[in-house]
Design a binder for this molecule. Structure first.
Ligand code: NAG
Length: 143
């Protein structure tokens, strides 16, 4: 009985956490972003979900990667603070409606592969008191 109950709770939490997963709308994986871009915009979408959850914060970092050796362990931090997505009018079906855009002066000075890491902190559960963390990596190219 206890096992079943805890399995049910685990499944519920996993589903709720999944329902809260962010999507990085920009940059897109595999995108080619010109070296001449002055700004880097990271747009983070949150699903418009009914499950009880509370946004806490995001951390955004980047790594300069190597074509042969991939991305190293340490990331440079661009942002670490509140995540407060707001509702936007959808002009096309399928467009995101809840998102926040973060704009940074482009930190990239040479062409090549790079990676953005977004760490998303949020609380779920009826009391919005169960902390979750998810990490999303986006690999793209500076050209
Ligand atoms: C870059 O970002 C700054 C600050 O948000 C903004 O004022 C400027 O217009 C942006 N430049 C471009 C080319 O988007």
């Amino acid at each position: 009985m206890h096992l079943l109950k805890s399995l049910a709770i685990t499944a519920f939490l996993a589903t709720s956490a999944l329902a809260q997963s962010i999507v990085v709308d920009a940059p897109r994986p595999g995108a080619n972003i010109p070296l001449t871009s002055t700004n880097l915009t990271v747009q983070i979408e949150r699903p418009d979900t009914l499950s009880a959850s509370k946004e806490v914060s995001v951390a955004i970092g980047y790594k300069i990667c190597d074509v042969d050796e991939g991305c190293g362990p340490g990331a440079q931090l661009l942002y670490n603070g509140p995540y407060t997505p707001t509702q936007h009018t959808q002009t096309l079906p399928g467009q995101p409606s809840f998102y926040q855009k973060f704009t940074f002066p482009s930190p990239f000075f040479t062409p090549g592969p790079v990676e953005i890491t977004v760490v998303h902190f949020f609380d779920i559960g009826a009391g919005e008191n169960i902390p979750f963390v998810e990490t999303v990596n986006i690999d793209f190219n500076i050209v």
